[in-house]
Ligand binder design. Structure first.
Ligand code: CP
Length: 347
């Protein structure tokens, strides 16, 4: 008997998926993109429902999931946390108007085919890792797949769109130099989710990976260990440096964006050390992706950013609006990659 290894699985991080499974998602994403472009019907999820719970704002994620479900023949419900009894976090006392995750997850499981959740930041009192715990708690109680639409640690849907975009623009992934670089932004409260998801995926595809950031912006050590293990298993390389110019030399892909310095936050500190966080960021204002740095990369190199971006801080307008920018292809690929994930898990 052939076992369906996809049905009803959760999508919380890409760590739980093999390289072959990630390749299957990519393959299907490209096929669904082609069918979308040809306006061919592909109602793989006809009459199925996705419940989307957003504790945070979104442009790309909400619209790509919602449009994606429509194109697959189903429907996505947008659940405004202010309009349901959404579980609350970040204070010691439970809000009496909220409902336990266990009850919310089991109720939605009886009515639809998938629950997707975005949760980080204010929703969990900016306690690092707690957004991820919330999503895992939903998954514990849900009988239908739970899909991570971004938490404080991970954004696995973004990573699949990112790797799809690199493949689409540059072809073979093996041997390509990917620079994941921190960049300055005046808003210092940004999750580490994009870097934490992109590097573990890229390191399964034999890429030459460079992580660049100023001192104090380290990624989680467990994520780095997974990246190093992947490089040992699948080939390629992984280097870290604190010099953005040196990192950009000979790059095929420059992915420059901001993330926060977690050592100034709970649970490491008793309360947010806002002044220290700002001061460290402002010492590194020169970490910007501009045309000089793009010129250090290979001819034909691309610039990526998950968006939304802080223009003129993380990246200059001539780069993000220029011929090397692939950011809108990347945004579009959210649609195709997520349709592939939903089709496989919710069919
Ligand atoms: N990249 C991304 O997740 O965008 P949104 O915050 O607009 O969903």
């Amino acid at each position: 008997m052939k076992t369906d290894t996809w049905k009803n699985r959760d999508w919380i991080t890409t760590f739980d998926y093999t390289k072959e499974e990630l390749e299957t998602i990519l393959h299907l994403a490209f096929e669904l993109k082609e069918r979308f472009n040809l306006n061919e019907p592909h109602d793989i999820l006809a009459r199925k429902t996705l419940f989307m719970i957003f504790y945070n704002g979104s442009l790309r994620t909400r619209n790509s999931f919602e449009a994606g479900m429509t194109q697959l023949g189903g429907h996505a419900h947008f659940l405004d946390t202010g309009k349901i009894y959404a579980p609350t976090f970040g204070s010691e006392t439970k809000d009496r108007h909220s409902e336990d995750i266990a009850d919310t997850a089991r109720t939605l499981s009886r009515m639809g085919h998938g629950i997707s959740i975005r949760c980080f930041g204010d929703a969990v009192g900016w306690r690092w890792g707690m957004g991820n715990q919330v999503i895992r708690e939903f998954a514990k109680w849900s009988d239908i797949p739970v899909i991570n639409m971004e938490d404080d640690w991970y954004h696995p849907c973004q990573a699949m769109a990112d790797i799809m975009t690199i493949k689409e623009k540059l072809g073979e992934l093996a041997g390509k130099k990917l620079v994941m670089s921190w960049a300055y932004a005046p808003d210092t409260k940004k999750p580490l989710s994009v870097a934490h998801s992109m590097l573990p995926v890229a390191s399964k595809f034999d890429m030459e990976i460079v992580l660049a950031h100023p001192k104090g912006y380290d990624l989680n050590s467990e994520v780095i260990s997974k990246v190093k293990n992947n490089v040992t298993q699948f080939g390629g390389s992984f280097t870290t440096m604190d010099d953005m110019d040196a990192a950009c030399e000979g790059a095929d892909v420059i992915y420059a964006k901001s993330w926060t310095a977690t050592q100034f936050w709970l649970p490491i500190q008793e309360k947010l050390m806002e002044a220290e966080l700002k001061s460290l960021a402002e010492k590194n204002k020169d970490w910007i992706c501009d045309s000089r740095r793009m010129a250090l990369a290979k001819k034909g190199a691309i610039y990526l950013h998950c968006l939304p971006c802080n223009r003129d801080f993380e990246v200059t307008a001539d780069v993000i609006d220029g011929p090397q920018s692939a950011v809108f292809d990347e945004a579009e690929n959210r649609l195709h990659a997520q349709k592939a994930i939903m089709a496989l898990l919710m069919k």
